[in-house]
Ligand binder design. Sequence first.
Ligand code: KIV
Ligand code: ZN
Length: 503
Amino acid sequence: MRIIRIFDTTLRDGEQSPGASMNVGEKLQLAAQLARLGVDIIEAGFAIASPGDFDAIRAIGAEVEGPVICSLARAKEEDIKRAWEAVRDAPRNRIHTFHSTSDIHLKYQFRIDRDEALRRSVQMTQLAKSLVDDVEFSPMDATRTDIGYLCEVIEAVIDAGASTVNIPDTVGYSIPHEFGDMIKAIRGRVKNIDRAVISVHCHNDLGLASSNSLSAVLNGAGQIECTVNGIGERAGNCSMEEVVMALRTRRDIFDADTNINTKEIIRSSRLVTKITGMSVQPNKAIVGANAFAHESGIHQDGLLKEKSTYEIIRPETIGLHRTKFVLGKHSGRHAFRTRLRELGYELSDDEINSAFERFKRLADQKKDIYDEDIEAVVSEELSRIPETYSLLDMHISSGFHEKPAAVVKLKAGGETVEKTEHGDGPVDAVFRAITSITGTRSRLLKYEVKAITGGTDALGEVVCSIEEDGRSVSGNGADTDIIIASAKAYINALNKLAARKRQ
Ligand code: KIV
Ligand code: ZN
């Protein structure tokens, strides 16, 4: 059986989703989870794009064990050298360089001819190969490129040292049988193709990214580029969980599998949602909230008799367990630590102590603590960043005939400041009070609240995204009181913005 490599680009193409930018700590946290998930290659960023990207790639290369760590680079000398500096210390590294090949791009964007694009592609592949062993080349907009010229470029970059050639459907234009035929044509026409792995990188503009990638596998592709939850530029990239589960579920068709530990899928999905603030639509395949919910009576009847009647994937396969009561206010540190290990978290003693304090406070407010609650507590702990502002206290009043008011006390710049503001609702009043204390000029892009588990005593999780001077960040907050969760999320976002400004 063939093993299809999973090249995860959540940290690069995924981060190109509007509002999905991540800081270095968040990227490290996600990269560690991708390693647990078992991806073969992590595209950790685009080294030349920003100092933050560069630092994140270096940190991931130094700390995350297992996958190959890769940086993207345009086919330009300065890009490739910067990518090399970013990945040079990673035990296994790769440079992924790319140049457009379609006439549309060459004529209107680059204003160069095909010969010049070929020359640049070859030269920069050679430069990358002089720095690292593992070089990937992408002819950007491949699916709108003349097939004869595309094959010529591919053959030349393989001769120049590329060991992976990636075929991007950059604008999500292709359809499955056409894309599969393209891979077949490349295999038939490129003389040295057996010296490289064929990779595919599909965008989802027509909702076909996963289908196109799978069609490519049927025609000989050996690597799929994808993102967790399918996030990415515009309509996103091929969704990791969809292609991985399609290959696993229909091995009879594909005769192929991946190295992915599917039990880590749901945790990876939730972490990406938490860090980027981008929720998954409820009916999303594999990781949507409804993906395993059976509503129809006929289906429920069948399921009760035999699961395979209406379930093609067992929820446990992707790490989804029916939430069960695990711990309560009388549970001790040892039980807490053990449960964390079972859930896959290895925390330092300091992190455990601080998460345990938070867990105890939660157990005072909420009788039953579920795995999801524990995960919320821990991920809050792991995503801590230096606090420019911290919430000391708050008080809200609102009612039928009362204008909502919020008194908020923050620690800001070493001082304790308290402000009272009114608003259209209690959340609005709280946000106004925080804005007035911090003097922020940021604009609220998104505010979302959801209950982590069922019941009126559930932890409420709030995600809010803000933007200032072109920088956008998202913050999270969890509490049994959703107004407090909202304040925490807004302050978390402001702290991230302050950290980004310092960077
Ligand atoms: O979509 C695309 O073409 C890309 C390339 C950089 C591979 O992201
Ligand atoms: Zn892309």
